[in-house]
Design a protein around this ligand. Structure first.
Ligand code: SF4
Ligand code: MG
Length: 336
């Protein structure tokens, strides 16, 4: 299938007095046209930096791309000038964030803000831009869009504001939508509605979607494929079915066990992975997950595991895959 996005060995960092602090380390994954890839991991795993790098917004956040490629329809965005990125951002690739309020201007009506995006990116005249803004508000499920268009963000709920932000992001019919924790700030019932909306719009607008989330439950709802990130690297990548039915990396296994309603249903306390993500400047030797891994072996403490790909394309970087003898991972035998 055609790939809209191919990220290859993306290594990024932030400069400080003590030199370069890496934020991502050789991150690679592909997104097929029309599909949704979820990047999942705890906060500090490098998922947002990866998204910001695709948009080349990392340049404005004091960071830099040290190495690797971000191929968008085969063109390497890492090599683009920011002046070229201006034509890509907001047009071909758009991004939405966790907090809709930060994306909206409090002093303009929502209709004016969507109109402005349409006028800048599509060169529409004022009247036509307003007409299309109302149409966009209707398409993102906002009732009475003619009235709502004349309202200010503070007159709307968080869920409504996120719908407005989505309308702005989709107004120019982008090929790729990047959504960074788009539902994290919303109530649970509103979260489900926004996820449903994103899936429906992805079809209607014929888009591809890169969705960043810390929540495996969200990934289960929307993803075709899932990439699991830990401490700046991708540790596992596969289809939703592969990840949920036969997870290979112990970190993924831990994330799955900590979803409410899956393992937690028996009324016990929710599982939590012990410890926390190390700062990427202070990574342990060997497998960067080893201090938290219930299965850590000798080799894990001094040698970094190599990413291995199954014939179906399921990837994981864990020494247990090279290990003779009993595999301690739950479900490890049924997954093969
Ligand atoms: Fe755990 Fe070793 Fe696999 Fe790392 S390589 S996840 S420490 S078993
Ligand atoms: Mg983040």
């Amino acid at each position: 299938a055609e790939k809209i996005l191919q990220i290859r060995n993306l290594t990024t960092g932030f400069l400080s007095d003590r030199g370069l602090a890496k934020a991502t380390d050789r991150v690679s994954f592909d997104l097929e046209k029309g599909k949704t890839l979820c990047v999942v991991g705890e906060s500090g795993s490098g998922k947002s930096v990866t998204a910001m790098s695709v948009m080349r917004l990392i340049d404005y956040a004091g960071g830099l791309i040290v190495d690797g490629e971000v191929l968008f329809n085969g063109q390497d965005l890492v090599k683009k000038k920011q002046s070229d990125m201006l034509k890509i951002r907001g047009n071909l690739i758009t991004m939405i964030f966790q907090d809709p309020m930060s994306a909206l201007n409090p002093v303009f009506t929502v209709g004016d803000q969507i109109s402005e995006a349409l006028r800048i990116h599509k060169g529409l005249k004022k009247k036509e831009a307003w007409r299309q803004s109302i149409e966009m508000l209707r398409r993102v499920g906002i009732p009475a869009p003619e009235i709502r268009a004349k309202q200010y963000p503070y007159e709307m709920s968080g869920g409504m504001c996120q719908r407005v932000v989505i309308a702005m992001a989709l107004a120019c019919n982008p090929e790729l939508l990047i959504a960074d924790e788009p539902t994290t700030a919303l109530d649970v019932t509103v979260q489900a509605q926004i996820l449903d909306l994103l899936l429906q719009l992805k079809k209607e607008f014929n888009m591809s979607m890169l969705l960043i989330t810390h929540d495996m439950g969200v990934a289960a709802e929307v993803a075709d494929r899932i990439a699991v990130m830990y401490a700046g690297t991708v540790v596992e990548e596969g289809t939703v079915k592969e990840i949920f039915d036969g997870p290979r990396h112990p970190y993924t296994i831990g994330l799955l066990k900590s979803i409410p309603g899956l393992e937690g249903e028996r009324g016990g306390d929710l599982y939590t992975i012990k410890g926390s993500i190390p700062p990427i400047s202070q990574l342990p030797e060997g497998c960067r997950f080893h201090p938290r891994c219930p299965y850590a072996m000798d080799i894990c403490r001094h040698k970094e595991p190599v990413m291995q790909t199954s014939p179906s394309g399921h990837k994981a970087a864990c020494w247990l895959d090279d290990h003779d003898g009993a595999d301690p991972r739950p479900g490890a035998f049924s997954s093969q």
